[in-house]
Every structure is written in C-alpha cells, then in structure tokens.
Design a protein around this ligand. Structure first.
Ligand code: ATP
Ligand code: MG
Length: 393
C-alpha cells in the first residue's frame, strides 16, 4: 500500500474563530460516517488546524478517496507519508524513499516546501528546503529543481509527527454537515430537486425531505425512484428522513372545486403548506425546492410569488438562476442524473391543465381556494397524520 494516511485540509471552516472545534468535530463525524462504507478500518484524529485519517492495515485506496470526495468542508485530500522520525539525517532518507515510491518515473521537476510548526526543531525551513532538495537530486540525477512551476511540490511538515506529501486531490468544498441548521427539501423524482438538496447540504445544512405521491395515479416505482434519489443525496448529506405524504385526496378535491388552469398553482401552494408544517414539527428552519425561473408555467416569477405567499419560513431555491443544462451538469457530477431521468409519472403532471395560468393573480387564487373551505383543513390534517417516514441512507 503506497499510503497509510491522509491529511485533510479544510478551507472556510478555518476562519470560524472560537467555534472552530465545532466545525472540526462535525467534519470528523462526517468523515467517519462515509468511511464506514469503505473496505478497511480507519482512525480519524485532529491536531491544530489539521485532520488526519489513518488506515489500520489493508484498505481500498480508490474507495477511500471517492468517499472523502463526498465530505463537505474538505478542500484538499492529501495522501501522505507520516513518520515519527525527526532526526534530520534519517528524515532525509525518508524523503528520498517517499519520492522513490510515489514517482517511479523520475523525469520530473520538483521543489521542496518545508514548514516547522514545531519551532524547536533545530533546522530552519530554508535550510531544510535546500538540504532536502540536494539529497533528492543526489539520489535521482534525472530530477530537476524548478522553483516557479515544479511538477512536484514536495511538502515536509514538522509537527508532532512529520508529514511528507506531494499529491493534493480536491475535495468538494462547502461546510461540514450539521454546522448550519436543518432544512426540509421538497424532493420530487425530477432532476432539479436532488441538485437543490445537494447544494444546500453543501453549505453545512442537515436536510430532511418530503415527497408527495398520489396513488394509484402515481406508482410504487415512482415512489421507489424518490427513495433512491434520497439515498443518493444522503451519500453527501448523511442520512435523510423522507416523509412520504399521500396527496391523492387533496389533488382530487382541488380538481373538483377549482378552475383547472389554476390547479398546478393551488396544488403547489398546498404542497408548500404541508411541507412547512412537517418542517416545524421536525425543527427545520427553512424549505428547499428545485424551482428555476421560467422553467415551466408554475415557475414564472408570478407563479413563484403565488406559491411563496403561503409560507412564512424562508424558501431556499438554490437553482433559481440556473439554466436546465447547468442543473443537469451538477446532477451528472453528483450521480443523481441517471435515476432522475427514469420515466415514472409525477403527481404534478397527472392533473395538469392544457393551458395552465402563467401569471396567476394572488387574490384570484385565494378566491378559488375558498371553494375548498369545507374539507381542506381536515384533508391536510389527515395527509400529515398518515404520512410515512423512511430513513434513507
Ligand atoms: P424537479 O426536477 O425537481 O422535479 P421540476 O422542474 O419538475 O422539478 P416542478 O414539478 O414544477 O418542477 O416542481 C418544482 C419543485 O417543487 C421541485 O423542484 C420540488 O422541489 C417540488 N416538487 C414538485 N413535485 C413534488 C413532489 N411530488 N413531491 C415533493 N416535492 C415536489
Ligand atoms: Mg418535477
């Protein structure tokens, strides 16, 4: 095995002053969570401004890297060689052996960048750079020094232990899950809402989700697709509680009582209301949707305003200004696209009118909703009470 340890570098969380340990602990928790899936045993620890992952014995390197690339808050994953050996003469040997193992072909340029976090270390970093550079050149005459654009930037850090590394793999960025509260994602089977959930989770928000289905108009397969999507998002966000709400009676009632061209808007208003009730019960402080301006009739600015009017919680719409292709690109990158395009019916598409309103007037919509007065509150209460809650991870 080439590497037994990884140095994890984080970006933004380094700036959080006194609360820094909370960020580091959340990051370590999520690292441990994703590594559970990886073949191998790992220890995760921290040392001022650094997080380390150590593999105990054999492990699957590619799986470990893939898992770490899904941990929000990680800026860089650096596979490294770590040694207790601080004696400078012996350290020189370790550095040469590192270069030899990691770079079988030596026709490369390099530069040594050493740092003493331990200021009591007898050799100043300038001298370390020079002396370590020299021993590498002696050992491998094919190599050349290039201080401006080296192909290998060889880092040597003297801390409690000595870290030697030169490979830096980019992490996803963002902030550790759990450091920025909790929000409720309206998750459909489409392309946009899983991407929206991913984007908000990336900022450290723990997410739950709600899915409205309309059996028998929507199938078990359609529901399973949403469960599958929740599981895919959970690879990044950690476990998601998915609330599955039976929306059939409410939809049929709206269909019976309201003008058909207003159906989608009124339906969407009830989805938001119900999602907000569940959010309150589960200590979520915001809603998340995959809406994008102008994508469909229910996402014109007027329609968005009409939908938004029923909520008092903030509604996060992270893809609001994205073109479809930009959303597709993210869904491909995060691995939800293939599942999202499976062709199962969506409860929104079943009752759609031929000519839905694109510029709904809020007063008019409210008047139409008055026709629902007799039964709607009870129906909403039943929908809330009979919902199923699934653990997706
Ligand atoms: P998506 O690709 O996310 O399905 P969409 O382009 O199909 O979005 P709409 O169907 O108008 O757009 O839905 C807009 C947003 O409303 C979705 O992104 C999602 O957040 C929410 N939503 C729509 N249908 C449902 C549903 N059945 N259950 C839960 N949320 C839904
Ligand atoms: Mg949809």
């Amino acid at each position: 095995m080439l590497y037994q340890s990884f140095l994890i570098k984080y970006a933004e969380i380094g700036t959080k002053g006194k609360n820094r340990y909370l960020f580091e602990d959340a990051l370590m928790k999520q690292i441990r969570h994703v590594l559970k899936e990886v073949d191998g045993t790992f220890a995760v620890s921290k040392e001022s401004g650094r997080i380390y992952v150590d593999a105990k014995g054999e492990y699957d390197y590619d799986e470990a890297i893939e898992a770490l690339k899904r941990v929000f808050g990680i800026a860089w994953i650096c596979p490294m060689f770590q040694t207790e050996e601080k004696d400078f003469e012996l350290l020189k040997k370790q550095v040469v052996s590192y270069v030899d193992r990691v770079y079988p072909d030596k026709h490369l340029t390099f530069k040594v960048d050493s740092r003493r976090a331990d200021k009591k270390y007898p050799v100043p970093s300038e001298q370390m750079n020079r002396d370590l550079g020299e021993v590498v050149l002696e050992a491998f005459p094919e190599m050349k020094v290039d201080v401006h654009h080296p192909q290998i930037l060889l880092k040597v850090e003297i801390r409690n232990l000595v870290n030697i590394y030169s490979v830096m793999i980019p992490g996803p960025g963002g902030m550790p899950i759990g450091t920025n509260g909790r929000a409720m994602l309206l998750l459909s089977g489409g392309i946009d809402s899983p991407v929206a959930g991913y984007m908000i989770a990336k900022r450290g928000v723990k997410i739950d989700a709600v899915y409205f289905h309309a059996p028998p108009y929507t199938s078990e397969r359609a529901r399973q697709k949403v469960v599958d999507l929740a599981k895919l998002v959970a690879r990044y966000s950690g476990p998601i509680k998915l609330h599955v709400v039976n929306f059939t009676d409410i939809q049929l009632y709206i269909y019976e009582k309201c003008p058909h061209e207003e159906l989608t808007i009124i339906m969407r208003r009830y989805m938001m209301k119900i999602a907000e009730s569940i959010a309150r019960e589960t200590e979520c402080l915001a809603l998340i949707t995959g809406e994008s301006i102008g994508q469909v009739a229910s996402q014109t600015v007027q329609s968005l305003a009409a939908t938004n009017e029923v909520c008092t919680m903030p509604v996060f719409r992270p893809v609001i200004g994205f073109d479809k292709q930009e959303i597709v690109d993210i869904s491909e990158k995060i691995g939800t696209y293939e599942t999202s395009i499976q062709p199962y019916e969506d409860c929104c598409t079943i009752f759609v009118a031929k000519h839905p309103v694109t510029k709904p007037n809020i007063k008019g919509i409210q008047r139409s909703e008055e026709h629902l007065a007799e039964k709607i509150d009870e129906m909403v209460a039943i929908a809330l009470k009979t919902r199923e809650v699934l653990d997706c991870q």
